[in-house]
Design a protein. Structure first.
Length: 190
């Protein structure tokens, strides 16, 4: 799934031990920059890299904080901050009427559909689902900030798996409806 590519820096940050959070944040910055550069060089437009660009900004700020004050009380909340950052990135994309999934979807959908209001609406719904998942997981991670790593991991994984599953199911349902509607079109007779 092309969405997974956007979250590689987040995954890398999550698997590096918490005691090394400064280096994990710096590594995530490097992955963000390399990913954006590679994708841009391969022709992927910036509107298809909204999450990647927002992630880069977030990890630069987190790395600066982590190196400036490695023992900050915010360290316990990095997972919640990550979900909060993703919520802000995806929510802002909705407010700006540029849902982050739109640029990604344009990579797999024929250009003839790009201006169709239904195509835009589908991407608003999908981006809203991701935004809601980030908000819910962020709140859950704040509440679990001092719980076991396993509890936090379950919430973090669910914050990605649930919207991924929703995206797959929802797009399949929309495509099935479109095919059914197309099949019911009368054949013009000359």
């Amino acid at each position: 799934m092309s969405y997974l590519r956007a979250f590689i820096p987040w995954i890398a940050f999550a698997v590096i031990p918490s005691s090394q959070w400064q280096w994990a944040a710096l590594f995530a910055v490097a992955l963000s920059v390399l990913g954006i550069a590679r994708q841009t060089r391969s022709g992927l437009p910036l509107d298809a890299q909204i999450i990647e660009m927002g992630s880069g900004v977030y990890f630069v700020a987190l790395a600066a904080l982590a190196f400036a004050d490695p023992h900050t009380g915010l360290h316990s909340y990095t997972a919640a901050l990550a979900s909060g950052a993703l919520f802000l990135i995806s929510g802002l994309s909705l407010l700006l009427r540029k849902p982050f999934t739109l640029g990604v979807a344009k990579q797999t959908i024929s250009r003839e559909f790009w201006d169709d209001p239904r195509f835009y609406r589908v991407n608003v719904v999908i981006t809203a689902a991701w935004t809601a998942a980030f908000a819910v997981s962020g709140v859950g991670l704040v509440l679990l900030a001092h719980s076991s790593a396993m509890d936090r991991s379950v919430v973090q994984v669910a914050g990605f798996v649930v919207p991924m599953a929703f995206t797959a199911r929802y797009t399949a349902r929309v495509r099935a409806r479109a095919r059914a509607a197309e099949a019911q079109q009368p054949i013009p007779v000359a």
